[in-house]
Design a binder for this molecule. Structure first.
Ligand SMILES: Cc1ncc(COP(=O)(O)O)c(C=O)c1O
Length: 364
């Protein structure tokens, strides 16, 4: 039977996201145990223990729909940042907020500017609505704000800035971002995606002063430093008029009750977050030193992952060979970096396995 259901033309242009196989399945297929996953920039130390406890004690209430207003979590965030509760929007991961923002502000007569390589969700948010995308290259693996500003035209509606940038890990100083937000026309939404910002220690961006720009949306997530990637929760901070418009577009129960109670507890888990950031810092130093010894190039990171160069070796080959040794990394060939892979900073044991794998492959 022919398949006669047609999607709009722009849907056929989207390159489908290829998710990795579950670790258990790979272990079965390859006949190896203890595969280490350093591919998705997850938190290797497990979830916030306080979040886990909060989830457990909430479980008997999951017959109810979640509170669609996110009352308790927004109040918690309000105290955490000393901002009013109506400047927050919650999302099923910050990824959902990227989509909601684009759906709220753009139509197909607009265009969106995004850096490349950067987080694929920016491209997808535009492509799924047939909104033209203008791609801005990086300079020394860093987002080039001048280049982005130069791409702005009368139809530009959204500009994405990922800071630190995924997949390069490079980041821009607060002063540069502030200057940029001050110079861009105020009818353009600037989305500052700070998914990894907590790894920089002291937040480099003063969220308070940025959101006063009216046309800035700051995105943060509980997926990284709080270790809650699996339950999907992130938040956006913007002026209340901006948040009010986005709220009209979001699905009324877009965030699960479990995710909200977990996130609320995680914000109090200060010791856990400190340990996550400290461990990332010391393991980053360990990996930098190991890469230097192996003569492997790398980009200095402000996040929980490192982009590394493999000299003449092909990233897809190194990816396969590391997989056979029980280490999953991300090949960067899809981003045009044919000889680079991205590795998440893992626990010490995981990192030892990565370094051992790389040294056997003589990538330096
Ligand atoms: C730059 C960036 N933004 C956002 C996200 C998505 O985070 P979330 O899990 O909150 O959807 C990621 C996830 O890898 C990311 O790298």
């Amino acid at each position: 039977m022919p398949f006669n259901l047609k999607a709009p033309d722009y849907i056929y242009k989207i390159k489908p996201y290829i998710p990795g196989k579950p670790i258990e399945e790979l272990e079965r297929e390859k006949g190896i145990k203890d595969i280490v996953k350093l591919a998705s920039n997850e938190n290797p130390l497990g979830p916030s223990p306080m979040a886990v406890e909060a989830i457990k004690s909430y479980l008997s209430n999951i017959n109810r729909y979640p509170d669609g207003s996110g009352f308790y979590l927004k109040n918690k965030l309000s105290r955490f940042f000393n901002l009013s509760a109506d400047t927050f929007i919650l999302g099923n991961g910050s990824n959902e907020l990227i989509d909601i923002a684009v759906r709220t502000f753009c139509d197909k007569n607009n265009n969106i500017i995004a850096p490349f390589p950067s987080f694929v969700a920016y491209y997808l948010a535009a492509e799924q609505l047939g909104i033209p995308l203008k791609i801005s290259g990086l300079k020394d693996y860093r987002i080039d704000l001048d280049l982005m500003a130069g791409l702005i035209d009368d139809d530009t509606k959204v500009v994405f800035v990922s800071n630190p940038n995924n997949p390069t890990g490079a980041y821009l100083p607060a002063a540069a971002i502030k200057e940029f937000t001050g110079n861009v026309r105020d009818d353009i939404l600037i989305i500052i995606d700070e998914a990894y910002v907590e790894y920089l220690g002291e937040s480099i961006l003063d969220v308070l002063s940025l959101y006063e720009s009216q046309n800035v949306l700051v995105l943060r997530t509980f997926s990284k430093v709080y270790g809650l990637a699996g339950i999907r929760i992130g938040y956006g901070i913007g002026c209340k008029e901006l948040i009010d418009l986005m709220d009209r577009v979001r699905e009324p129960f877009n965030v699960s009750s479990i995710a909200m109670v977990a996130a609320k507890a995680a914000l109090d888990d200060i010791n856990y977050v400190k340990n996550v950031v400290d461990t990332n810092e010391s393991e980053k130093t360990y990996l930098y030193n190991a890469f230097k010894k192996l003569n492997i190039d790398f980009v200095e990171t402000g996040a929980n992952f490192i982009l590394i160069g493999l000299k003449n070796k092909k990233a897809v080959e190194v990816y396969k060979e590391l997989l056979n040794k029980g280490v999953i990394v991300r090949s960067m060939d899809r981003f045009g970096y044919e000889n680079m892979i991205r590795v998440t900073i893992g626990t010490h044991i995981e990192n030892l396995k990565l370094v051992e794998g790389l040294s056997l492959l003589a990538c330096g």
